[in-house]
Structures are given as C-alpha cells and as structure tokens.
Design a protein around this ligand. Structure first.
Ligand SMILES: *Cc1c(COP(=O)(O)O)cnc(C)c1O
Length: 217
C-alpha cells in the first residue's frame, strides 16, 4: 500500500475517534509534506528547531507547526514567533524561558507538560509525582505568556503491549489529576500520546492527540 493511502486511512480512523492527528514530518522533504497538505492536512510535527524554522519559511503559511521533541532553552526564541503548540514542556526552566521569549514577541504560547512514564533513561519530562505538587503547578500557571493545554508523554519503546498500556493508563491518570485541580482552567484538555507503533492502544486509553511519523510517510 502506498504511504498516501495509509495516511488517509489513519487520518480517517483518527477523525472518527475525534483524535487530533499530528503528522510527524521530521527528516521528510517538503514535497512529502505538500502531498499530505494537498489531501487537506494542516498539522505537522517536527523535533529539530533548524528544520522546523526552514520548513515554516518554505511551506504554506496556514500549516500549524508543532514542536514535539526535547527543546533546548537557547533555541526557544527561533520558534515562539510562529509555533502552534510545544509538546515537550519538560522542565520548569524551559517553561520559564518559553514564557520570556513569547512575551518578547507578544504571544501567549500554547504548551504541553511532558511527563516521563517510560523506563528508558533517555526520555525527558516531569515525573508523575512532581505534578502532584500544587505549588509547582501554580507557579507554571502564573507564567503570563504560556498557556498549558495538557499533557504529553511517550510509552516505552517495547514489544510488551501490556507495559505500553500500563504506561498510557498512568499518563491518562496524571492528565486527569492535573485537570481536576482546575489550576490551568478550561484550556487544559489535551492528552498527547501515541505514535506509529502504539497509536491504537493510545486511542483506546483516552488519547486526544497522536503524533505519527514513520507509518504515514
Ligand atoms: C519521531 C517522534 C514521533 C513519531 O514517531 P513514529 O514512530 O515515527 O510515529 C512522535 N513523537 C515524538 C516526540 C517523536 O520524536
């Protein structure tokens, strides 16, 4: 099956389930993005700042660009003028930096709090226990130039489906617990989880936004 056919099938499945589809276009050429744009798709995700900035410059301006990978503080300034959503809000320090830089360009930047539930040491994010700390959440909520819209997380890269499901249940639990504090108000409604290998489990476990790359390109 061609990748555009798979793209359409995945897009339709997600639409039926009312899950937002972020097409992860990192490392893909502009033409591959334009082919999917021509099908009506508008939300693309990138994990490298330089590539994201170049693609934003070269491609249609109504694309909503999402920054999905770990973001270094010194690179925040290059993307805050245009990026629709930063998924990898993985430390207080980074969120404070995003707040400062988005203030400089008169924006309120939408962000997600990345939560680390996977076993791998390499993954970034707040620990679930850290987000039980109401004073931390309040400090984040008081940053005037960011708006926290939800939680992002990744399950472990493993063939153990049971483990993937348990980690996604944990992400959903953290999402609901933070939401129910009401500290971030009504804007807080996004649970970004699910990738090529595990998006069906993610949808079953309550994901509202998936980030899918290799399967659909
Ligand atoms: C690359 C990437 C994805 C997409 O992964 P695929 O397995 O290609 O679907 C999703 N989220 C993040 C943070 C990524 O870096």
């Amino acid at each position: 099956m061609g990748s555009l056919t798979v793209f359409t099938q995945v897009a339709n499945f997600l639409k039926e389930n009312q899950v937002t589809f972020v097409a992860v276009s990192k490392t893909r050429p502009n033409q591959a993005i334009l082919d999917r744009y021509a099908l009506g798709h508008r939300i693309f995700g990138e994990n490298r700042v330089q590539e994201l900035v170049a693609k934003h410059q070269d491609l249609p301006k109504d694309i909503q660009w999402h920054q999905i990978g770990h973001l270094q503080t010194n690179k925040v300034k290059y993307i805050v003028p245009f990026v629709a959503l930063i998924h990898a809000g993985d430390s207080l320090k980074l969120l404070q930096k995003i707040n400062v830089e988005s203030g400089k360009v008169d924006r309120v930047q939408d962000v997600l709090l990345q939560v680390k539930v996977a076993q791998e040491e390499t993954k970034h994010g707040f620990l679930p226990e850290e987000l039980e700390d109401v004073s931390l959440l309040t400090e984040i909520a008081e940053l005037p130039n960011i708006r926290v819209k939800g939680i992002m997380g990744m399950a472990s890269f493993t063939s153990d489906q049971g483990q993937v499901r348990r980690e996604m249940k944990k992400l959903r639990q953290v999402f609901e617990q933070v939401r129910d504090t009401n500290i971030f108000g009504d804007a807080f409604g996004v649970l970004s989880m699910g990738m090529s290998g595990d998006y069906k489990i993610a949808v079953e476990e309550g994901s509202t936004m998936v980030r899918i790359g290799s399967l659909v390109f």
